[in-house]
Design a protein around this ligand. Structure first.
Ligand SMILES: Cc1cc2nc3c(=O)[nH]c(=O)nc-3n(C[C@H](O)[C@H](O)[C@H](O)COP(=O)(O)OP(=O)(O)OC[C@H]3O[C@@H](n4cnc5c(N)ncnc54)[C@H](O)[C@@H]3O)c2cc1C
Length: 462
């Protein structure tokens, strides 16, 4: 029997979504190949979540050394070596890259180290190998890429998160542009590593889309830690002067710095992929349009992960990749539920959040109760550090269901994973209250919040 196509499935992009889809499809017996133009593992493993978190760990030590004094420790004047961090980080990323390659191979997936572009609905051109291959189904899992505003003169001098992982030297001063989670995380990283860090954002508050209390609270805390956070401002032009850069701000101020990093969002990685030519409908921002089962307007072409611009997070790309393979290669149509997504921001302090913000809840529900608290974590009663932990529950007053939980403080990222279970299961405030507290922890506040929060004006009128 001659087979019509070279492969049952050809996957473009070996990142979070592509790797999962390839492995699951191959496990169901499909003949699968995946093309990767950079490194297997994708953004998250190679230049996203993983190296970022390692940097976050590195940056925490400066505070730990300071805080140790309150507990009786004397720490020799500590020093930091950027090159050691980079070398060790690279070693760990190489290790993970190897694991991803081995796992794909073990599942019987053929890895092709090449850029791949579509030629038609069933044909992929392998740019690096100058040959075409055919497949019954094609999965686009090409992720996203950092966006830099090319209208800013001198923008070519600015780096993005991609380069931040490979800097030769740690700069003395740095400007980070942006207000999203990547900008905020890198501001914490570089500030913690001793870089004079300025974070500029053109809107009034960082972390758009997060609960307002979290946005306000984090702005206060990161300023306390020494990040020079400037809102309502933006860089108008960049000029290189020797080894330094001059950033001319919109208000005319000129700031000298050693490095400028843009973290002003990410755009779907779809340019030049030949998707439109193959008849795939795209959104204005370059995202691939898909239905709930990740199918595009061309029935045998699917897309998952950041390139679809649904929710740009690794666990979501993985789920979408898995659901695709389940749907197409196991005959079990599976849609990913994007409605409740626990997530963390590895800012300093850390943020953990799940479910609706207060603002979203008030828009969707008739009556909403808010429970919240802000306190100095126990550890800092002895360190003297002025840092607040914050917790907030958003509750549907009619059904008592907890609609959202928003936290800022050490360990919030870990905490929101477990509290995310309760919120996903539809737990009520009464069930939170019925849960025995773990003492002494910060987390116990989540089950001991008794008093509904009332705006000051309403309280005064009581
Ligand atoms: C700095 C940073 C920090 C992050 N931190 C977190 C975090 O803490 N938690 C979290 O959940 N998410 C985080 N993310 C987001 C996360 O990395 C992405 O959501 C996730 O990687 C998306 O997976 P994906 O499969 O869609 O794409 P990717 O993982 O980006 O994989 C796409 C792959 O396709 C390859 N590719 C692209 N075009 C082609 C082509 N034409 N031919 C061949 N190969 C191609 C790329 O090289 C890449 O390897 C972070 C991202 C960044 C940038």
């Amino acid at each position: 029997m001659t087979r019509k196509y070279d492969y049952d499935l050809f996957v473009i992009g070996a990142g979070s979504g592509g790797v999962r889809a390839s492995r699951i499809a191959a496990n169901y017996g499909a003949r699968v190949a995946v093309a990767e133009e950079y490194r297997v593992g994708g953004t998250c493993v190679i230049r996203g979540c993983v190296p970022k978190k390692l940097f976050v760990y590195a940056s925490h030590f400066s505070e730990e050394f300071e805080d140790a004094a309150g507990y009786g420790w004397t720490v020799e004047p500590a020093s930091f070596d950027w090159k050691t961090l980079i070398a060790n980080k690279d070693k760990e990323i190489d290790r993970l890259n190897g694991i991803y390659i081995r796992n794909l191979e073990r599942s019987g997936v053929e890895i092709i180290a090449s850029r791949a572009v579509m030629k038609d609905a069933h044909t992929v051109h392998l740019v690096g190998e100058r040959r075409d291959v055919t497949a019954d189904k094609i999965l686009v899992a090409t992720g996203a890429t950092p966006f830099k505003p090319h209208t800013v003169p001198g923008i070519e001098h600015a780096i993005t998160s991609n380069e931040a992982f490979h800097l030769e030297e740690l700069p003395r001063r740095m400007i980070i542009v942006g207000g999203g989670y990547i900008a905020v995380e890198f501001a914490g990283i570089f500030n913690g590593l001793g870089v004079e860090t300025m974070l500029t954002y053109r809107q009034d508050k960082i972390l758009r889309g997060f609960d307002e209390d979290i946005r306000d609270g984090l702005m206060v805390e990161i300023r306390k830690k020494g990040v020079d956070l400037r809102t309502h401002t933006d860089i108008a032009a960049i000029e290189r002067r020797g080894g330094k850069y001059l950033a001319t701000m919109r208000d005319g101020a000129v700031i000298e710095t050693d490095l400028i990093m843009y973290a002003t969002g990410r755009v779907p990685n779809s340019e030049g992929l030949g998707l439109e030519e193959a008849g795939v409908r795209m959104k204005k921002n370059g995202a691939v349009e898909v239905d709930a089962l990740s199918q595009t307007s061309v029935p045998n072409i699917y897309a998952v992960g950041d390139v679809t611009d649904r929710v740009a997070l690794t666990p979501i790309a993985i789920r979408e990749g898995h659901a695709f393979a389940e749907t197409v290669f196991n005959g079990n149509p599976t849609a990913v539920d994007h409605s409740i997504i626990p997530t963390a921001v590895f800012s300093q302090p850390e943020i953990g959040t799940v479910g609706l913000t207060e603002h979203e809840a008030r828009e969707r529900f008739e009556a909403v109760d808010i429970y919240k608290t802000s306190f100095r974590p126990m550890k800092h009663t002895m360190t003297g550090r002025d840092e607040k932990t914050f917790m907030k529950l958003v509750v549907d007053a009619r059904t008592d269901r907890v609609l959202g939980v928003h936290m800022m403080g050490p360990g919030s990222g870990e905490l929101v994973q477990t509290v995310g279970i309760a919120v996903t299961l539809g737990a009520t405030k009464k069930q939170f209250d019925a849960t025995v507290a773990v003492h002494p922890t910060a987390a116990e506040e989540l089950v001991t919040l008794r008093e509904k929060w009332q705006p000051a004006a309403a309280k005064a009128a009581d």
